[in-house]
Design a protein around this ligand. Structure first.
Ligand code: NAD
Ligand code: TYD
Length: 369
């Protein structure tokens, strides 16, 4: 049925699209209804230099509310579908003729990959192969893969990783993303597919699904639940406000060198304990809750299996080659995020109705929380 819809747009709709295409090339964005993808799509549609086709399966993490307000029309089209669906992907490549593909589509959460790695291998690795194969056949001019610092594995007691650092993924999520990176580089070398890889540190900001640390803590504070920190909470992560990552991705699309990998990081390492402490302080300040009662709700729970102690990346390459710099401090980004979640509690209620409860129970029962 979906395929039928795409083929039918070969009639009058397609003419309109083709007319627009003379001026604007098409960018196929996958996973554009997720957290980072939706921020990216908003920016790229607003800039009006690309015609954007957003392909998203709308899993639990994908939400049309995240792209609400972006009008479908000549400059933007939404297609619901799976990157693993070869027939659909072939139809999209041949009818939309994207010059650039940006692949955000993924199963993106480590804890879920520990519960069941199957969808991670399917989407993150097999789906990647389907997209790459189509890109090769249809002579895509640029293929940008969204990767992660997690492919380098645990950096405990090592110096921060540059882009040459060996891959040593620890979780099924990280392994499925590392496999995708290797496939992308293999397609670049073997077939000359113009691939560029962006590896970013932990993102946070509005529209992030409340399974990741920061939105989960904000929601738990808002709904009066405890704040579960895994293990001793001394694990270290680098945090980037989502707009800064979107800016980096846009620069890589424009000027990144083919076959290259770009780390995107603030190079500001924070322990989970410190991030949660800061979040409690800022939350108290922003929404007027008692700070002591928030700190009292922190619980140290059983650790995540295989938990990496530390991620740390060098971002010198993107800074020097492309002139990218992060602009939003952790304090400012957390304040913006807190305000957004506070003002958008119906969004939170909506995404945490239904299956969220079973997910929460499965992870936090394991953690003894
Ligand atoms: P997300 O989980 O919020 O969104 C993923 C999106 O992909 C959702 O809209 C979902 O519906 C869609 N999707 C999932 N499976 C699909 C499939 N088979 N076909 C089509 N669409 C599918 O993820 P995010 O946090 O926005 O991350 C985007 C990308 O950035 C991912 O590739 C992730 O690995 C990477 N990344 C994320 C972070 C982070 O901190 N969030 C850090 C580094 C890298
Ligand atoms: P997360 O946001 O899941 O991202 P990632 O695993 O990709 O780094 O987790 C960030 C850090 O916070 C990680 O060290 C695990 C930890 N964490 C907790 O301590 N408690 C939680 O409830 C969650 C979700 C994460």
């Amino acid at each position: 049925m979906l395929l039928g819809t795409i083929l039918r747009s070969g009639s009058s709709d397609h003419l309109v699209a083709s007319y627009g295409k003379a001026a604007m090339k098409t960018m196929l964005v996958t996973g554009g209804c997720g957290f980072i993808g939706s921020h990216f799509i908003r920016e790229i549609v607003a800039a009006a230099r690309w015609r954007v086709v957003n392909l998203d399966k709308l899993t639990y993490a994908g939400n049309l509310e995240n792209v609400k307000g972006i009008a479908e029309g000549e400059g933007y089209r939404f297609v619901r579908g799976d990157i693993c669906d070869r027939t659909l992907i072939e139809a999209l490549y041949s009818h939309e003729r994207p010059a650039t593909v940006v692949n955000f589509a993924a199963e993106s959460h480590v804890d879920r990959s520990i519960l069941d790695s199957t969808p991670f291998l399917e989407t993150n690795t097999l789906g990647m192969q389907v997209l790459l194969e189509g890109a090769r056949k249809h002579n895509v001019e640029r293929f940008v893969q969204l990767s992660t610092d997690e492919v380098y594995g645990d950096l405990d007691r090592l110096s921060p990783s540059d882009e040459e650092h060996p891959l040593a993924p620890s979780s099924p999520y990280a392994a499925s993303k590392a496999a995708a990176d290797l496939l992308a580089l293999a397609y670049c070398r073997t077939y000359g597919l113009p691939v560029v890889i962006v590896r970013s540190c932990n993102n946070y900001g509005p529209f992030q699904f409340p399974e990741k640390l920061i939105p989960l803590m904000i929601r738990n504070i808002l709904v009066g639940k405890d704040l579960p920190i895994y293990g001793d909470g001394m694990q270290q992560r680098e945090w980037i406000y989502v707009d800064d990552n979107v800016d980096a991705i846009a620069q890589v699309i424009e000027r990144g060198r083919v076959g290259e990998i770009y780390n995107v990081s603030t190079e500001d390492e924070q322990t989970n304990r410190d991030v949660v402490r800061l979040l409690c302080d800022l939350m108290a300040d922003e929404v007027g809750v008692d700070v002591k009662s928030l700190h009292d709700r922190v619980r140290f729970v059983i650790d995540r299996p295989g938990h990496d102690r530390r991620y740390a990346m060098k971002a010198a390459k993107i800074r020097t080659q492309l002139g990218w710099e992060p602009r939003v401090s952790l304090d400012m980004g957390l304040r913006r995020s807190i305000r957004w979640y506070f003002d958008n509690q119906p969004w939170l209620d909506n995404v945490t109705s239904g299956a969220y409860r079973q997910y929460y129970d499965a992870v936090y029962a394991r953690a003894g929380a």
